[in-house]
Design a protein around this ligand. Sequence first.
Ligand code: NAD
Ligand code: GLY
Length: 368
Amino acid sequence: MAVVPVSLAGRPYEVRIERGLLRRVGEECGARLRKARVPIVTDAHVYAAWGEAVEQSLLAVGKQPAWRVLPAGESTKSWDQLSATVDWLLAEEVERGDHILALGGGVIGDLTGFAASILKRGCNFIQLPTTLLAQVDSSVGGKTAINTEAGKNLVGAFHQPSLVLGDPDALDTLPRREVGAGYAEVVKYGLLGDAAFFDWCEANGPALLAGEHEAREFAIARSVEAKARIVAEDERETTGARALLNLGHTFGHALEAQTGFSDRLLHGEGVAMGMVLAARYSARKGLMDMAEAERIAGHFAVTGLPHQLSALGLNCTGAALVQHMLHDKKMDAGTLPFVLMRGIGSAFLARDVALDDVAQFLDGELHP
Ligand code: NAD
Ligand code: GLY
């Protein structure tokens, strides 16, 4: 088993990564589960695929799961579902020292983590991530949130889990497109600070996507190690270190907004395209070789992820995409920091990017 410590002062926790963890949830959580009844929040797809296995693992250690099964999908990260879930937790008489289990992808992790952060001014929760995206990114680091009419993830809290159990077997039931979207976040760790890991992705990404467990386990552990290091350095995204995790996200967010945050472009797919754009823009500014930027695009091409803006069928201008960026929650006193690259494995935060130049660059990418 890979065990990655997240070393936060006063609240350290472990991320455990191994095949079979979901079938041993009861055992792995151990004494954290203080009472006979254990509250678990999940969604309908995950419940259908993994509910029985998790239920049996809890029954095996004398625990009785209390399930809250929410609709699958991004719309679950809402005020209504948050309030109903908090009411349910109160009805379950969850106390501050108890642990709530969050079984699912980023939607369930974000919603449950936020509910845990406000329940009785903060109670414990355990992340049981079942998507690749959640295993390598959203379950680690304590960002929790819901969406509002004004935009995605605009209401939330930093609230760290007590434990994260990442089981690569969970991905066996995940639709292939969702695995690909999560894989973009894996590649991100290589691009932002670990060139050798990007080399590994080039050699092993196709096997990982095809379902090879060893490759999945290695990639999850390497990604979590990187995220844990960054979160320990800059938990609340104040020094700039954590902001590097937004590589590809500013461009990606604009693309997601332009496609209505719909199934047309999953978040990870937007991030893949966004990372190619960040690389090409960095090359345009003379910061990195265009050949390196094209190497990144080439890897997304062979792994079936978006890599050509003109192929997305967007009927818009570069200026329209930049308009979406102005609503990005990373806007800071009228400026928008961009994560750019000096090469593969060498990302940095640029605070002096001119948005009209970005719009012109995007026009060129939309109509090459
Ligand atoms: P998701 O939670 O919506 O899961 C994707 C789909 O896969 C859903 O239909 C879900 O029901 C299904 N699913 C999940 N696990 C499954 C499994 N093992 N088998 C079968 N089906 C399964 O999406 P996601 O990509 O995991 O997460 C996206 C969310 O994460 C967004 O809301 C995003 O804002 C958030 N996010 C948060 C952070 C953070 O740091 N907190 C980071 C990145 C993304
Ligand atoms: N997913 C970005 C972060 O956790 O900071």
